[in-house]
Design a protein around this ligand. Structure first.
Ligand code: ADP
Length: 372
């Protein structure tokens, strides 16, 4: 049983570049934690420090009760799955799976039992006699997961394991991995997972909790629903959610219950939002998700007017790309409620749903509309 603790962890690479800036993170025993963020935000560096593949240049990493800073990777009780699978090309799947156990000189019957169990769990029994080059991408990834699973590690580390797969396969592998984590828990073999991805859909669908990173710092750690509904700052607001949250420079005045001004247009702050905006005011970044802009009749109060630029028919939904006071906004409407005659150049009105409006401090980026 092992949780993980990162305390003031720093990474400065030998060339002097500081990639990680004193991060603190607690991962509970048995938890599925996703590290997500744009390319270069130091997700892999953080994971590799946990794995022991990169030195830790400051702070402490604890796995279970042990500080592992100076412990060799093989002694940390972890198993890692890489993006490129890292299978041994000249060994059949069986040998790839049991390589670690043979190296440890485990008894033959134990190795056979473990191999059979793992290949059954991952449905790769038919592949045991194949070489890696005879596997599809999805099959190779399952073997790579099997090779980690066979070690019965306390901590699984995944580094972008699905990014080489096509979209359909990625979706099914996502489910396999979360299902595997759940089954291990049910069988009393619960494993802690740290999973790195740049894909926010993977993060949202797989993580018990998600740690959003930017430039070597942690921006927020929370469960998927909290991240979506209560982003701590404009970065998290913009990163989580599809299409992206609309963000635009605006000003908030707190007179007359409050007004939000974007360019030449002003909407009144509705009481629901006013209650949460006790200490904002001045230069803000106004944030509203595309799904939370309601298409309303022209002249409806508390709506912004915009000009349609592009109409994207997505099937169940339509994405309207509009220009509101020089800002590019997206509004998602369900196709059933959409006037098919709508075209580029039309002027439409959009009401931001008060309970879903985010007000970020323009300077600090912090979400001022979270309330108590
Ligand atoms: P991510 O996994 O989020 O894409 P990385 O952890 O790979 O990011 O990299 C974080 C930052 O550290 C990037 O700016 C990257 O260029 C830099 N970096 C990674 N490896 C090295 C290295 N060996 N030497 C110097 N800088 C590095």
């Amino acid at each position: 049983m092992a949780g993980l603790q990162l305390r003031s962890v720093d990474k400065t690479y030998p060339n002097g570049f500081k990639a990680v800036h004193g991060i603190d993170l607690d991962i509970e025993d048995g938890e599925f934690m996703v590290l997500v963020g744009p390319s270069g935000c130091a997700k892999s560096t953080t994971l590799r420090m946990i794995a022991g593949l990169e030195t830790i240049t400051g702070g402490e990493v604890k796995i279970g009760d042990t500080i592992v800073n100076d412990l060799a990777p093989g002694k940390r009780g972890i198993a890692m799955v890489f993006q490129n699978y890292a299978l041994y090309p000249h060994m059949k799947v069986t040998r790839n799976l049991d390589f670690g156990l043979r190296l440890k000189r485990r008894p033959k019957d134990e190795i056979a039992r473990a191999t059979s169990e793992v290949s059954h769990t991952l449905e790769i029994e038919e592949l045991l006699d194949r070489l890696p080059k005879e596997l599809s991408g999805g099959q190779a990834q399952r073997v790579a997961v099997g090779r980690a699973l066979i070690k019965s590690p306390e901590v699984f580390l995944f580094d972008e394991p699905l990014s080489n797969l096509d979209a359909k396969l990625r979706a099914s592998m996502r489910v396999r991995i979360t299902d595997l984590h759940k089954r291990l828990k049910e069988e009393g073999r619960s494993a802690t997972v740290v999973y790195v991805t740049h894909d926010q859909v993977e993060a949202m669908t797989m993580g018990d909790r998600i740690c959003v990173m930017k430039d070597g710092n942690i921006m927020q750690v929370a469960d998927p629903v909290t991240l979506y509904q209560k982003p701590a700052n404009a970065f998290v607001g913009g990163f989580i959610g599809m299409p992206e949250m609309n963000l635009a420079a605006a000003t908030l005045s707190l007179e007359d219950d409050g007004k939000i001004r974007m360019g030449d247009q002003v909407i009144a702050v509705e009481p629901e939002l006013a209650r949460r905006l006790t200490h904002a005011g001045g230069a803000i970044t106004f944030g509203i998700r595309p799904q939370h802009l309601e298409l309303v009749e022209p002249g409806t109060p508390n709506a912004f007017e915009g000009v349609v630029k592009i109409v994207e028919f997505m099937g169940h939904e339509v994405n309207l790309h509009v220009d509101i006071e020089g800002n590019s906004f997206i509004c998602v409407v369900t196709s059933d409620h959409f006037d098919r005659a709508t075209k580029a150049g039309d002027r439409l009105s959009f009401h931001p749903i008060a309970r879903s409006i985010h007000v970020f401090d323009r300077k600090t980026g912090l979400n001022a509309s979270l309330g108590e």
